[in-house]
Design a protein. Structure first.
Length: 239
């Protein structure tokens, strides 16, 4: 199910100089904000939760997921180079699964690690806040990567649609509109963070069991459907 050659090519595409600069911009901004907030307010648990929840989890993680998830396959489909990959004796689900693993790894490195560093700067992991939000970033990285990889497979405007989802649905509606919170990856990951933090300063509109089921279901369904769409693309090309 995992092909090293596909993985190497995908890593090379995602971590090229230009894309790596884009991926690193938000994590760097988060750490700068954390340093500035700590210098101005000192160590404060509520402030740490507000920064990590309001910026890291609500904005940074989904945007990085958009860049990594869509970038893992979208450009190859857009420029037609995916034909060369599809001509190899590889099962289409293997291609999707390999690209998903790469997208998850990149998203985790550029989101979870900076979240942990920022949390430690803000309050030294007081009340497990840094670890809780880091776990939330890790969990959401998996779901976001699957969703945006699927989007990159089905649409030539995947980045635009992905950013709309990340900035409008997750950051705005997912935080403010009660009904939308239930359908938010952010809220599902917050349920996990709530458990890790023991209920301290981390809240979610979704229960842990429901959140876990939804995270697994969305990841599995998005990955499966992306494989089906890639298979259909292959058949169309062969016809």
């Amino acid at each position: 199910m995992y092909d090293p050659t596909v993985a190497r090519l995908t890593y090379r595409a995602l971590l090229g100089r230009r894309r790596a600069l884009i991926l690193g911009a938000l994590p760097l901004l988060l750490i700068v904000i954390a340093v500035a907030v700590r210098a101005l307010t000192g160590a404060d648990d509520q402030t740490a939760a507000d920064v990590l929840g309001g910026f890291a989890l609500a904005t940074m993680v989904p945007i990085i997921g958009v860049i990594a998830g869509t970038g893992a396959i979208g450009p190859e489909i857009d420029d037609g180079s995916v034909v060369y990959l599809l001509s190899k004796p590889l099962k289409r689900p293997t291609i999707i699964f390999t690209k998903l693993i790469v997208a998850i790894a990149v998203t985790m490195v550029f989101s979870a690690l900076p979240t942990l560093i920022a949390g430690l700067i803000l309050n030294g992991n007081g009340q497990q806040i840094a670890v809780a939000y880091t776990v939330a970033a890790l969990v959401s990285s998996i779901a976001y990567s699957a969703l945006f990889l699927l989007l990159g497979t089905v649409s030539r405007h995947a980045v635009v649609f992905g950013l709309v989802y990340a900035l409008v649905w997750e950051a705005l509606f997912g935080s403010l509109v009660p009904g939308a919170r239930t359908l938010s990856v952010q809220q599902w990951s917050l349920a996990v963070a709530h458990k890790v933090a023991g209920g301290n300063l981390v809240t979610s509109e979704v229960g842990l069991t429901t959140a876990t089921v939804l995270l697994v279901a969305v990841t599995a369904l998005a990955t499966w459907y992306a494989g089906q769409k890639l298979r259909a693309l292959t058949l169309a090309g062969e016809e």
